[in-house]
Design a protein around this ligand. Structure first.
Ligand SMILES: Cc1ncc(COP(=O)(O)O)c(C=O)c1O
Length: 359
């Protein structure tokens, strides 16, 4: 009828993502992950209460800040790994997470719970089955940004999520050559509402990009399997490295997210958080920048989830939130040979952080 509403080129991608997420209705493709986030958050009513992780993807948080002013939302930021605090925030009681900004201002129950797990970039793991059940009991609508896990690792609809979304720019497309988003829901009325949002706002996906993403989806299982295996091995080696002060990956037995990830996820994801040992005479941020600059095979890049391994010091962006450590390097592990990836990391860490440790 009219390609702003839907096209035959979008449909195979929308159907495939829905199948992967376990939905019976086709997904809805958007021009970017942020377009999908904005569409999903349009479900928060005017004057409504929104609960979301303090470490939600930074641009999504920025969007929430702007919309909250326009629509009179009360926004409660929570530590998503603290299940009791999130439930308290849903009920409008307590501080919603150790008295942080975003604590309940009123005792009104929440309207929408938006979640990421693992979070970007702190890799906190939420107890999604428990939180989705708690939200459902209370009639709170739920949105899960499943970008970091992929549907091969967790399927939040099966735990009762109303809406699941992805930045398809990342793992779903998988080759760092498109910007796309997608939403999946099994609720026909919600799908209708989100479809109308997409048509009325009109910022739709290009058919060629969607075709590329469909091509990428065909290797999702191979890419996820390989990049996760690489990440587990690299996290293990980094943990024992003298140039490393801290490494975060849910595969590590001591990681705060380990037990939950083992219980609920079919893998640990392929994002690693790394803090190098600080060089003498340099700040933690300068040390982390020096490590990034010393890498050869790994590409310095903001995006993630592609076949090529990339890394970035998150706080180099002024928009990233202060609770994120200044020297946190986010590694997105790709599908290359694990020893090649290790050699590069090891050499960079030795040339920067280890000289320090000895000094
Ligand atoms: C978890 C998460 N959600 C959403 C987005 C936004 O996606 P896009 O860049 O495709 O707009 C990102 C981008 O980095 C992300 O990491």
């Amino acid at each position: 009828m009219y390609t702003r509403n839907s096209t035959e080129t979008w449909l195979p991608f929308e159907q495939t993502v829905a199948l992967l997420e376990g939905a019976s209705l086709p997904g809805l493709v958007f021009g970017s992950g942020m377009a999908a986030v904005a569409a999903a958050l349009s479900l928060v009513p005017d004057g409504g209460v929104l609960v979301l992780p303090q470490h939600t993807y930074q641009t999504a948080l920025g969007h929430v800040g702007r919309e909250a002013v326009k629509h009179g939302w009360e926004v409660r930021l929570v530590d998503i790994a603290d299940t009791a605090a999130v439930v308290a925030a849903l009920d409008g009681v307590g501080t919603g997470g150790a008295g942080r900004a975003g604590s309940p201002l009123t005792s009104r129950p929440a309207d929408v719970l938006h979640m990421e797990s693992p979070t970007n970039p702190m890799l906190e793991v939420a107890d999604l089955p428990a939180l989705l059940a708690a939200a459902r009991e209370r009639g709170v609508r739920t949105i899960v940004d499943n970008t970091f896990a992929t549907p091969l690792v967790q399927q939040p609809l099966a735990w009762g999520a109303d809406v699941v979304l992805h930045s398809a720019t990342k793992y779903l497309a998988g080759h760092s050559d498109v910007v796309l988003g997608v939403i999946v829901t099994d609720d026909a009325a919600l799908r209708e509402e989100l479809h109308a949002y997409r048509s009325f706002h009109g910022a739709i996906a290009g058919p060629f990009e969607v075709w590329l993403a469909l091509r990428g989806l065909r290797t999702l299982h191979l890419r996820v399997e390989r990049s996760q295996a690489n990440a587990v091995e690299l996290a293990r080696r980094l943990y024992a490295h003298p140039g490393v002060a801290e490494v975060r990956h849910p595969s590590l037995v001591g990681d705060p997210g380990h037990e939950r990830a083992t219980a609920h996820m079919l893998g640990y994801g392929s994002i690693i958080g790394l803090r190098p040992r600080t060089m003498s005479g340099r700040t933690p941020a300068q040390t982390a920048d020096a490590v990034v600059a010393a890498m050869d095979l790994w590409l310095p890049a903001t995006s993630l989830g592609g076949v090529a391994s990339t890394l970035v010091r998150r706080r180099r962006f002024a928009t990233d939130s202060p609770p994120v450590p200044d020297d946190l390097i986010r590694l997105s592990v790709g599908v290359e040979d694990v020893d090649d990836l290790w050699d590069d990391l090891d050499t960079a860490l030795h040339s920067v952080a280890c000289t320090t440790a000895a000094a």
